[in-house]
Write a protein that binds this ligand. Structure first.
Ligand code: ADE
Length: 229
């Protein structure tokens, strides 16, 4: 079972994505336990301030060190992995999802506003994670993306083990082959004969070839020397 604590200023926005479909089922069957924690609960004073102006001037507000340290200290133990969602982090990929799916406890800090006090990065966080080279308004959606990608790799979450193994990025080098379902003929577009042939050797060969071609066309940046048959 993977336990995830998400430290956020907007705990309620996680309700939708985590209450439907595969993630909700993973929570129901005990593969995943997710808890969203309001950072303001760890802030001091009547205003429960969580952000402040940067020293040295400049635009925007930064998440303050104290409430974030207090929240992480309250939630974590020595077996916890502390993540900060930020566009400055390592870019998330399937391999990282696989590594994180083997952890016991993730504490995810959702960055917000213009940034966070640097001492959070220096002394509190194990890994900074970005979900891509674009800037979102906060780390909340990135945290959802990470939890979703990790959840489907947890044992027992997907119906069949092969659906994880065969898909795009399972070896980080090959996109998935084209797939078709009924009917055989739709608006003049036909399913390739080989898929209807019942010849499993030929089907496997066709799938590997089309996957290789598709990968070379669409993602020439993926390494061509591994896992391509
Ligand atoms: N916060 C804002 N943009 C982000 C991104 N691309 N990845 C992770 N956290 C973010």
């Amino acid at each position: 079972m993977l336990k995830v604590d998400i430290i956020t200023l907007f705990p309620d926005i996680f309700f939708g994505p985590f209450s439907e479909s595969i993630v909700a089922r993973a929570i129901d069957n005990g593969s995943l336990c997710v808890n969203t924690v309001d950072l303001r609960l760890f802030a001091e004073g009547k205003r429960r301030q969580v952000d402040d102006k940067p020293y040295g001037g400049g635009p925007g507000m930064l998440l303050m060190a104290e409430p974030v340290f207090k929240a992480v200290e309250a939630l974590s133990s020595k077996n916890s992995k502390i993540l900060l969602m930020t566009p400055q982090g390592r870019v998330f990929n399937q391999e990282m999802a696989g590594v994180l799916s083997n952890e016991k406890h993730l504490v995810i800090i959702c960055g917000h506003y213009e940034g966070v006090d640097e001492r959070i990065r220096e002394s509190l966080v194990d890994m900074e994670v970005s979900i891509g080279d674009y800037v979102l308004t906060s780390g909340n959606l990135p945290a959802m993306v990470l939890v979703d990608a990790v959840t489907r790799l947890l044992p027992g979450v997907l119906g069949s083990e092969t659906s994880v193994d065969e898909e795009s990025f399972s070896d980080s080098t090959l996109l998935e082959y084209p797939q078709y379902t009924r009917p055989e003929l739709y608006n003049g577009m036909k399913v390739p004969d080989v898929l209807l042939s019942g010849n499993h050797g030929e089907i496997a060969k066709w799938r590997l070839e089309t996957a290789k071609r598709r990968t070379a066309e669409r993602r020439p940046d993926l390494p061509a020397d591994r896992g391509r048959g």
